[in-house]
Design a protein around this ligand. Structure first.
Ligand SMILES: Cc1cc2nc3c(=O)[nH]c(=O)nc-3n(C[C@H](O)[C@H](O)[C@H](O)COP(=O)(O)OP(=O)(O)OC[C@H]3O[C@@H](n4cnc5c(N)ncnc54)[C@H](O)[C@@H]3O)c2cc1C
Length: 453
């Protein structure tokens, strides 16, 4: 092996960032046995993936992980090629040819579906679209959720659902101190929504949300928390986390409605049956569930036959992100992932030489930012083992200079590190004068203009 191996990482979210760090800085500071250079590609002009476009704006502490990108950006062997999309600008087989190895860290950019009538009516959005809108994702600037009604219904009660309910219920003056998109902030200032109903298909003890998100509701000014559909009875043998969750819910239930102008209703044992409306959502039919023993000692929710109609103009479906197929790469449609063995991409039984995957594209849309650190480490370990064994496909790859030329021929508006730093600087400077971490640019044309200086 002569020079360093050249690795392309597609996707600059947590999984891509951690993979780059493991490759360039080594594990625990010991350094990899193989010298590498990393080119990171992203379809957006900005790095960070869901740290920028998923994590809620009122959770700035969770965004600190973005500093991993800044760390790797300081390595001389690292380059960023933003605004360069796999599929649109460059093909998977070209990257495989040009680089010694390619690691896909493309996340999950689609939605799980409810599979009920009316799901796609105007006024019914996935939480993914809503979250991307309030976080200033350039593809979702035009989402314009209808906030003119008094009630919104969030389907699902995982942490994304809790984020969405909290953002809809938070005083806009509080949000104005965050990096929420200006478009969303203006819309939320005019919002008439006073009640957010959060539906969970199972009972309270099996709710998907975590305690910290539940307890955060307590900090919302002017918001009552109402619990419906579960009597919150003592659960014998409940673990500490479940017991605490139930205690918090009991506290909310005991306090009940206190006349605050807004409220969040946590309704359990409830599933959507039909989204109704003529051209636009005007109601959601909700079925009451009962629980039955399921496989592996789990309980499953089954419809009891009892239904109720909730009037609403906005339904937000927070039942999960789901991976979409990337052109030229194998895809497992049942899990929405790129099939792999220990991070090595496989096509049927065969391993696709020198091609790897990490993060949500590998595991499916589960796990927090930190989960991707170990996931990326496992994938990088597989790469290093293959590199050491001499099994990478290295014949005919392009030089560092030639690959940059090839990429820039495909996309004349590539955003490099200097371009991203210009965007970062403009956003942070605008934020400082308003007491905010940054004021995000969310228009693609503007992002590209600013990146070009
Ligand atoms: C709403 C929401 C809130 C969350 N909040 C938290 C939280 O508070 N704390 C926490 O720890 N975790 C949180 N998470 C989880 C965390 O965001 C994920 O674990 C993590 O982002 C997954 O990392 P990833 O790199 O696999 O995917 P992503 O972060 O999605 O990154 C994928 C990257 O690939 C790029 N890409 C996709 N397709 C292409 C293509 N064709 N060509 C080029 N580039 C492409 C995308 O632009 C993106 O930059 C949250 C998740 C969501 C959805």
């Amino acid at each position: 092996m002569s020079g360093p191996l050249r690795v392309a990482i597609v996707g600059s979210g947590p999984a891509g960032m951690y993979a780059a760090k493991h490759l360039l800085a080594g594990f625990g500071g010991k350094g990899p046995k193989v010298a590498v250079e990393v080119d990171m590609l992203d379809r957006l002009p900005t790095p960070y993936g869901l740290i920028r476009h998923g994590v809620a704006p009122d959770h700035p502490e969770k965004k600190k992980a973005a500093s991993v990108f800044d760390e790797v950006a300081d390595f001389s062997g690292f380059r960023f090629f933003g605004n360069l999309e796999l599929g649109r600008d460059v093909k998977a087989d070209e990257l495989a040819q040009w680089y010694d190895a390619v690691i896909y860290a493309t996340g999950a950019s689609g939605d799980a579906h409810l599979e009920i009538p009316g799901e796609d009516l105007t006024g019914s959005l996935s939480a993914r679209e809503f979250v991307a809108w309030y976080n200033g994702h350039p593809d979702f600037n035009g989402v314009a959720p209808d906030l003119s009604g008094e009630r919104a219904v969030v389907v699902g009660n995982g942490n994304v659902a809790m984020d969405v309910a909290r953002i809809l219920s938070t005083d806009p003056d509080v949000l104005a101190k965050t990096d929420i998109s200006d478009t969303a902030l203006a819309a939320l200032r005019n919002s008439r929504i006073r009640e957010v109903v959060v539906l969970g298909r199972r009972d309270a003890q099996h709710a998907a949300f975590k305690n910290p998100e539940l307890e955060e509701f307590d900090e919302l000014n002017g918001v009552d928390i109402v619990v419906e559909g579960d009597d919150l009875a003592e659960v014998r043998g409940a673990d500490a986390t479940t017991a605490r969750k139930l205690d918090t819910l009991r506290r909310y239930a005991k306090r009940g409605a206190t006349g605050n102008p807004r409220r969040i209703v946590l309704r359990f044992l409830a599933s959507p049956v039909e989204v109704r409306g003529e051209g636009h959502v005007d109601a959601l039919v909700v079925g009451r569930n009962r629980l039955e023993p399921g496989p592996d000692g789990q309980v499953v929710a089954r419809p009891s036959g009892e239904t109720k109609v909730i009037e609403t103009g906005l339904v937000l479906r927070a039942v999960g992100y789901f991976g979409t197929e990337l052109p030229g790469l194998p895809f497992d449609a049942s899990s929405g992932t790129i099939p792999n063995r220990e991070g090595r991409v496989v096509d049927g039984e065969a391993t696709v030489s020198s091609v790897y995957v990490t993060g949500w594209a590998k595991r499916g849309p589960q796990g927090i930012i930190g989960t991707n650190k170990k996931c990326a480490r496992d994938t990088v370990r597989s790469f290093l083992a293959d590199a050491t064994a001499g099994s990478l496909h290295t014949a005919g790859t392009l030089s560092r200079t030639d690959v940059e030329k090839a990429l820039r021929e495909r996309q004349s508006h590539v955003v490099d590190i200097a371009g991203w730093r210009r965007i970062d600087d403009v956003e942070r400077t605008a934020g400082r004068s308003q007491g905010r971490p940054r004021v995000k640019l969310s228009d693609l044309g503007e992002l590209l203009r600013v990146s070009a200086g």
